[in-house]
Design a protein around this ligand. Sequence first.
Ligand SMILES: [Zn+2]
Length: 172
Amino acid sequence: MVTTTTQEFAGPNEAYAQAYGDNGALAIPPARKLAIVTCMDARVDPAAALGLKLGDAHVIRNAGGVAADSIRSLVISQRLLGTREIALFHHTDCGMLTFSSDQLRGIVLKESGGVDVGDALAAVGSFHEFGDVEAAVKADVAFLKAHPLVLKETVVTGWVHQVETGKVRRIV
Ligand SMILES: [Zn+2]
């Protein structure tokens, strides 16, 4: 049988559950009324970097921490679960700086193995790559502030997480 990473979950999870304490009593709405939008990058750990405890905040992650990709979750976060602040993070050395949507579509088509992926690719649309991290943060904050589905009173801030140092820097 092939060994997979998921087979290594059991031991650590046993220890985690042992130390879980009263966490099972936490409420669904985030205690700090905060939603974080950030990249799925494996080197970014928002809870550790920002001092967030279990139950404090929603963390909405996708490739790049792209605002347009987070709207569905933000509507649920704000309208049903009471968050009123959004902190959007992009990070240095992001994979989103390394490709174009056309290139990625080409890779998917080449590796499709005869499956017709055209409609599915069209449904995904842009992969929302960017060329400048700070400019992308500013554009995404502006996008969120102007978005009709984001509550007008929302406090929206934009940040860069530096994977080289672990430091975060507010941009807007
Ligand atoms: Zn990234």
